[in-house]
Structure formats: structure tokens, C-alpha cells
Design a protein around this ligand. Sequence first.
Ligand SMILES: Cc1ncc(COP(=O)(O)O)c(C=O)c1O
Length: 396
Amino acid sequence: MTLTRGIGSVAEIEHWRSEFPIVDTCTYLVSHSLGAMPRKTADYLQEFADMWSTRGVRAWHEGWWEVGRETGNLLAPILGVEKNAISMHQNVTVAQAVIASCFSYEHPRHKIVMTDLEFPSNHYLFEGFRRYGAEIVYVPSSDPIRIDLQRLLDAIDERTVLVPLSYVLFKSAAITDARAVIDKAHHVGAHVILDVYQGAGAVPIDLNGWDADFAVGGSVKWLCGGPGAGYLYVRPDLASTLQPGFVGWAAHERPFDFETGAIRYAGAPERFQSGTPNVPSLYAARAGYEIVGTIGVGAIREHSLRLTRRLIDGARAAGYRLNTPADDHERGGAVIVDAPGGRAVADELIRRNVIVDYRPNAGIRIAPHFYNTEEEIDRAIATLGEIVGELAASNG
Ligand SMILES: Cc1ncc(COP(=O)(O)O)c(C=O)c1O
């Protein structure tokens, strides 16, 4: 693979398409949900299998034990952070639970503040912390697309411990003002856990520039890394002092001494580990990270904006309502089209080989990535129009 290609020209797009087998078989517009698998992922998984098969238990000391740190380091430039600050976990929920377990929730600083537009598992996880004394504050949004920033800022006060916040909202693809929330949280002594899942790989992320405390995400979507490779960034000054309660032997300073009793924490990032690393998932994730890193998120973003603008123009011309911000600076990588008959239309689009998804109270989510073309956007809009027309005719 050439290591210097961007994504501006037709030839470059064709080059990257050739690295993703699924795009030859359908119009794949669902990267906000499951990014396409890079061809190279199969090689990395084979490498994992060969290692297990030929080296057996020796594999732990011939690469497997370090694979978490190395995988995190591949992600570091994509998230705008230094090396050795990211640990790898099964998923976002686990990564957030590790951070939540670093704090206590005793009155008066016991509030966890978040908006009603968070991904559901953020609510589910933190609801569970009521039993440890946390008060959960949901900040209502005045519309289903954007958070109400001022209301959120006002709700963060001296009694706040944590603010879990999605950088890009899963239902609308709206980008939130992470910097403003982090600044307010710091002003009152609280910390923000930024969920960058719907942004990483599609929208530039600058965790260092934003002075982010913690960030979590996964690899299933825009990073094209597949399931089982969640990540946790902890700002180095916090990482050196925080002591997670949710830990396992992989977080010990000398895990292979198998000391019992209270843990002696490893340095960062291992001190945030739980148990045995998820080695096959970390091998699988590498190809997607390498490709995203090679193209560069800035170039991916430019291409993405070209395609999402085209989608928005097409959807508006057809008269559909959009549940996504129209302004480029406010929109992540997906466009949510609220066409009549939403779920049935999405099912029929998939049957006709245009792969999208549907979310209740949002609409049909359509998400081009660096391996998609303008022709595919036009095909999706045309197919959507045909289906809506056919449904209207059959109903009326
Ligand atoms: C913004 C956001 N956060 C979290 C999740 C879920 O993460 P996980 O399944 O890794 O816990 C999703 C999944 O779609 C998401 O969109």
C-alpha cells in the first residue's frame, strides 16, 4: 500500500475503495454504525492466529502483552494526544466504568451531569452509580438535534464530579462544543469524560488542545477497526494520581508476580487495564487505524463534507426533513433524513443494496466515508425517492 495517498482525486478514492472489499458489492453508507472492513484486517487476524498456533504461550512475551499499548499509540495522533496515554478495553461502557470508579460520590460533590441526547448506555451506566451516592442530573435539550449548551453549562457546578459528554451526537450527528464544557467543568473542579466515538476517524479531534481530562470511544464505526477495541484516554497528570477501583491483574505494577491483596498500580496507561487484553480485536483494529492515519482525518473530513453536503442538497430537493445540522461546522459524518415511512424505507433501501440504518425519533442515518463516491450519494437519494414514491402510491 502506498503510504502517502490522500483522498482528493478520483484515483485516490478508487485506490482506497480497492482496500475495502464490501464496497464492490453494495452502496455502503453505514460507517456511523459499522465501518467497512479493510482487506488488510484479514492478514492481521491471520498473523494473530499464526502466532497463537506456532508460539503458544510464548506469544504473551513476544508481542501480545504490549499489543494494548501499541494499539493505543496508533490511535494517539488521530485523537490529538501524546503516546502512552491510551489503554484499550472491550468497549466504551467498560472504559467509562473504569474512570467512574476513580471517583467517590459523597455529598456535597456527588453530581453526574449529562444531557438527554447521550447514547443510552451512558445513561444506563451512570444510573448505576446512584447506589454509590451519585445524583444523576439530566439536562433537557430544547430540540432533538442539538444539546442546549447554556443549560448544560449552568447545570455544572461545585457539586459536580463528572460530565459525560458525546462530542458528536449519535442520533443527529451534531457536534458539541467540547471545549466550552471542559472549561466550565474545570472552573468548578469537575471532570469531563468525552465520548468521541461518533467523531474519531471522521472529524478532527484535538484532545490536548481542548485540555480534555478523559476520552472514550470504540473502533467499530469511522475507524474501521471492528468490535472489541474500545479505548480510554486519560490526561497524563491525572493518570499519574488516579486509582481506579475497577481494576484487574493487568493493572498491577508487576502482574507476573501475582501478588495478592491490594493492588500496586502500574504507571499509565496500564493502570487503567482490567484483566487479560482482548488480543484478537486489537490485531483486527490495526488496519483501520493505519489507513485513517495515512489518509489523515483532515483530508477525510473534507471529503466527508463534500458528500454530506451533496446528500443534504439531494434530500432537501426531494422535500425531506433533515434531523442533522445543515451547517458544516456543526455536523459530523452522518446525515439523518426523516423521510415518510422511515423504518420501512430503510429496510427497503437495504434490500436494494443501499446499506443505511434507522433510529426511532431520528430517521434514516446515511453515512459516507472516504471510500464512498458522489455517484453513490446520488444513487442513494434516487433509490430513496423511488421507494418513498412507491410506498405513497401503494398507500394512497
Ligand atoms: C456515541 C456513542 N457512545 C457509545 C456507544 C456504545 O459504545 P459501546 O458499545 O462500545 O459501549 C455508541 C454506539 O453506537 C455511540 O454511538
